[in-house]
Design a protein around this ligand. Sequence first.
Ligand code: HEC
Length: 427
Amino acid sequence: MRWLATFAALAAAVSILLAQDAPAPEAEKPAEPAAAEKTALASAAYFVLRNRCWNCHGEPGKKAWGETVPLDWILDYDRLIEAKLVVPGKVKESRLVYMTVLGKMPRAYDEHGKPGKTAELSEPEQAALTNWVRAGAPRWPEPKYTHEWVPVGAPEEMAASQAHLFTAHDGVLRFMKSDEGWSTAVLRGESWQPAPLGEAPPVTSTPAADGRTTWLTATDAKARQTFVVRWDGTKVEPVKERIDGVFEGLSLMPGRDGNLVELAALGRRVIVNDTDEIFQPGAVSHVLGPNGWKPGELPKFPATWVFRHVTRGKDGRLVLLAEKDRRNIAAVIEQTAQDWDIQRWEWTGNRITKLQFDPQAESLLAVVDGQAQIRRRAPDGFGPVAAFQPFAGLLDCAWDGARTRWTALATLGEDHTQTWALVPWRK
Ligand code: HEC
């Protein structure tokens, strides 16, 4: 029987070959899409649902405001089919599609944080959904998220009392304190290598736009000055000019328009000299260009916000994290023609000791009560916790600029440390 099957397969192959050679029949119905094409269509549809719908309809147990039947499973392929929101091959019968064609979905949040009445899908987004359903709504490949921190290399024999990690273009920079004082290293590949980074930890860092250097800020408490140094992978070099004043809540971000770097002091207190303490409810910034520092421009924010971290996301938009009445606010700020458009997302946190974005602001790290939480970026905020790791002795965390992953350092027992890594998403 087996040869019969083989023969049938061969015959089929031959007829396919023949069909390819033969001129195409006039009214040919659309060919069954090839596997790769199906995957592409499905992924495109998934991407639209993930980016435009998931924030209201994706978090299990969460209802969109005013929703009577919670649709908290929009990325659950099987349920979409089961509930007939998607009818494979039938665009007009698929509620998911016509809700968007009619312009009823998606919606945008209004200024009160509730779903408003309008917002629409762009033409390519609409087409992604329609083409997918028309092609028989093939199943999308489940995206792989790593929800766990995985160890990087072997534990190191090192009794650390303190450590600070900084994002660099070539990995992560580490300042670690033991009985012998500070030691410095850079994480390259899967291991820490000694690196001459200076005597004491800086305050904040950012990889430069050129991808070959990293800026670090430090403060000179005695001289009451703030300065910037540059790490090129082998040594640190000071940038000549300094700024008077020691700022609370410093962030660095790559500058725009050819500016080298922007230093944003987001804390409320700016110490100008020995005696003066000026409380500044907003935020100040300085831009380092080829001709030295000049005042930068930051949007006006509510005076009750306490800033924690700012970065410049894709397309130059500012993304910042703030705290208000001990609630945490992650605000995505885009500069529109006339004004600042503030989209925000709030959650109540306990004691947050570190808040940081990756450089593209696609994920957020919060260290809450000694645990490291990662949240993924969604269009209107930051999605559910992807990882919540109870490190016993978490020392510090930072984004790894070379490997696009989060890195954490924790003590293991008394005289060992272990490095961990977490990839927040993977396409
Ligand atoms: C800002 C929040 C928000 C976003 C984003 C959003 N929705 Fe909705 N959606 C709602 C609310 C609120 C309701 C319930 C109220 C209503 O039906 O008017 C709802 C209801 C629905 C329903 C059920 C309504 C019905 O009559 O069957 C579908 C289907 C739906 N949304 C699909 C989508 C799709 C698809 C997207 C993305 C393209 C999307 N939604 C994006 C808030 C949102």
